[in-house]
Design a protein around this ligand. Structure first.
Ligand SMILES: Nc1ncnc2c1ncn2[C@@H]1O[C@H](COP(=O)(O)OP(=O)(O)OP(=O)(O)O)[C@@H](O)[C@H]1O
Ligand code: NI
Length: 334
């Protein structure tokens, strides 16, 4: 049943679990992931390479293919995206919900001019006529800051620089004024100036469209600059959530503390440097107990036997650590 309250609820993810059958066994790439994104809110997902950030985003959009399998609930404005018929999902995808992929070249069609790719989205999801579509495409190119937009509409993706391609992909994603944007490393590999411009653009759109954003990044500087709340992922699980201010000021999970501690103090960090010893576990052979225990200075007997549940001081401020009070009691980092 759809209620007015749930229609306003934005994105609600519950128990999202994604596994892959691999020759080495079942890889649990995302496990029991829970998070919410309110209308107009920007939530960051952060974690090391392979922690399950992209898999989580792709699972929300039902873009996981064999040998992958997704379970759990993804509610968007009160409707379950996991259980919804393909046809209905296709209508929502690209219009209400848009995604920006990690690698623009794979998301863009190489044999179609950029302007036409924007128009294709408009053909699929609006009743605009040809002239109106062209005008809207031009408007979008201007919004994302592509110079000489009029002539660039007829160019192909390979004629665009990396930064311009990223902008083109954002223009396509935004063609139908989505209410939810899933952005996977939208600014990685771009230089700092362009990165700042694109993040600023996303925040403007968030304000103008009351758009919700899930932003995946491994860059804590990007989280600090753009997000309201954040979730830290480790080995497929969310291990800490909270407002960006709270998590940065007083991390409650040793992994988060390690990530933040490895960031140079003074000014927003641009890259995440790892000072945490060791490497993440294999997803087919996760350690018993807490998956982080082999790398953790706080680990005790309990951590080797039992996986700590996400718990904490408030519903919106959680950490999956038995020793979170000790972690929080440490000297502030920044
Ligand atoms: N099709 C697949 N088959 C098997 N394993 C997969 C598949 N797709 C993803 N995985 C595994 O899922 C895990 C999580 O991958 P994911 O791409 O979500 O990581 P990530 O956090 O986005 O990392 P990065 O920062 O490098 O983008 C990885 O170990 C990856 O090998
Ligand atoms: Ni990724």
């Amino acid at each position: 049943m759809t209620t007015a309250a749930s229609e306003n609820a934005g994105l609600v993810v519950r128990g999202l679990t994604t596994t892959f059958d691999t020759p080495r066994g079942l890889a649990i790439a995302a496990a029991d992931v829970d998070f919410d994104v309110a209308p107009g809110e920007v939530v960051g997902l952060v974690g090391e390479s392979g922690s399950g950030k992209s898999v989580t985003l792709r699972s929300i959009m039902r873009l996981i293919r064999e040998p992958g399998h997704v379970s759990g609930r993804v509610e968007w404005r009160g409707r379950d995206l996991v259980a919804m018929p393909d046809e209905e999902l296709r209508r929502i995808r690209g219009s209400e919900i848009a995604m920006i992929f990690q690698e623009p070249m794979t998301a863009l069609n190489p044999v179609l001019p950029v302007g036409l790719q924007i128009e294709e989205n408009l053909i699929a999801h609006t009743t605009l006529n040809r002239r109106e579509r062209r005008a809207r495409a031009l408007e979008l190119m201007n919004i994302v800051g592509i110079p000489a937009a009029e002539s660039r509409l007829d160019e192909y993706p390979h004629q665009f620089s990396g930064g311009m391609r990223q902008r083109a992909m954002i223009a396509i994603a935004l063609a139908c004024s989505p209410k939810l944007l899933l952005a996977d490393e939208p600014t990685t590999a771009l230089d700092v100036t362009i990165q700042d411009q694109i993040l600023k653009l996303l925040l403007e759109l968030r304000d103008n469209l009351a758009m919700s954003v899930v932003l995946v990044t491994h860059d804590l500087g990007v989280i600090a600059a753009t997000c309201d709340r954040m979730a830290v992922m480790y080995a497929g699980r969310i291990v800490e959530t909270g407002t960006v201010a709270d998590v940065f000021a007083r991390p409650r999970h040793p992994y988060t503390r390690g990530l933040l501690g490895s960031v140079p103090s003074g000014g927003a960090p641009r890259t995440m440097l790892y000072s945490i010893d060791g490497t993440p576990p294999s997803l087919t052979e996760l350690p018993v107990g807490c998956a982080f225990h082999p790398r953790c200075k706080f680990a005790t007997e309990e951590c080797l036997k039992t996986r700590p549940p996400l718990s904490g001081v408030a519903e919106s401020r959680l950490a999956a650590c038995f020793h979170q009070d000790d972690v929080a009691a440490m000297e502030p980092i920044l």
